[in-house]
Design a protein around this ligand. Structure first.
Ligand SMILES: C[S@@+](CC[C@H](N)C(=O)[O-])C[C@H]1O[C@@H](n2cnc3c(N)ncnc32)[C@H](O)[C@@H]1O
Length: 283
């Protein structure tokens, strides 16, 4: 690699020490350090999908230490040979729910799953869905090579892995107390997006806390809430007017007029925001 000296990462040191070849992106190592350092030298259960030449199995063992259980999954039956080196190896198709049911029931609970398998949307999504119930609280699912979500040959992009992850983001926010919670996400606690990597953090305890607005104590000093300060006052006035019994007959018209004014107000902000984001090449 051209600029290896730029990589300042503990896992990269383990990568270089691996006796066998491993195929990774140069940008992954700092992400690994951030996500995985907390599990070092602990008796964790780590599972990687995609073994290829076996090099990454040795890298993970070197990094996590001897207490960790390192498990590999691959479609290629030849990968079984790595069992001689003390790794647990399971052969099967990562897009098969049947395979996962059988395999995970024999392994038990996991702390970390890293998907470096075939990288199709079906493989990535079915793997994630299958392993979620088996992850311990505080555990993480790391899906690599998510740039395939923007490429041909990996499935219909409408159901790409990134689109699936974005839907989970929507559903995480639907936990908020005021929303209809039919589709709210109660398995994945939070999601991190990195270049080509998505990390899904699992914490069933944290997601089970009901979302509600609370105050820590009654002693309010009655500070003025400035958050609606820029909101045009007449829009509020129209709302109050529509609730007034004297204007019952024209209530519908007042509400429609209020809606129109509100839309004009938001449209002005939208256009201003869009212009700014375009100037930054974000949109
Ligand atoms: C990118 S390589 C893995 C690289 C390896 N982790 C490393 O660091 O060198 C992808 C691996 O996924 C395996 N694979 C492809 N499709 C699979 C599937 N449907 N189920 C399980 N493994 C699969 C391939 O056999 C191959 O060994």
């Amino acid at each position: 690699m051209k600029d290896s000296k730029k990589i300042n990462s503990k896992i990269y040191e383990s990568y270089l020490r691996s006796p066998y070849s491993s195929l990774k992106l140069s940008t992954y190592f700092n992400v690994y350090d951030q996500l995985l350092s907390q599990y070092r030298d602990k008796s964790i259960v780590f599972l990687e999908i995609g073994i290829l030449d076996g090099g990454s199995l040795f890298m993970w063992r070197d990094f996590f230490g001897p207490q960790a259980r390192i498990i590999g999954v691959d479609l290629n039956p030849e990968a079984k040979k790595w069992e001689k080196e003390g790794f647990e190896i399971f052969i099967g198709d990562q897009s098969s729910t049947e395979f996962w049911k059988k395999t995970l029931n024999s392994i038990g609970k996991l702390d970390i799953v890293l998907d470096d398998g075939g990288h199709t949307y079906e493989q990535q999504i079915m793997t994630t869905e299958s392993v979620i119930p088996f992850i311990n609280d505080g555990g993480v699912i790391i899906v690599e090579d998510c740039h395939t979500s923007y490429m041909k040959k990996f499935g219909f992009r409408k159901l790409s892995f990134i689109n699936y992850a974005k839907k989970l983001v929507d559903n995480i926010n639907k936990r908020y107390v005021e929303f209809d919670n039919k589709t709210s996400e109660i398995r994945v606690w939070s999601i991190q997006f990195f270049e080509s990597i998505v990390a899904l953090h699992i914490n069933f305890y944290a997601t089970s806390i009901p979302s509600e607005v609370i105050f820590n104590q009654d002693k309010e000093v009655k500070a003025e809430d400035f958050r609606y300060d820029s909101y045009p006052i007449f829009i509020d006035k129209l709302e109050k007017l529509s609730q007034n019994k004297r204007f019952r007959i024209i209530k519908v018209f007042i509400r429609l007029f209020r809606k129109l004014l509100l839309n004009i107000y938001h449209l002005k902000i939208y256009l201003r925001l869009r212009k700014y984001l375009k100037s930054k090449s974000i949109f």
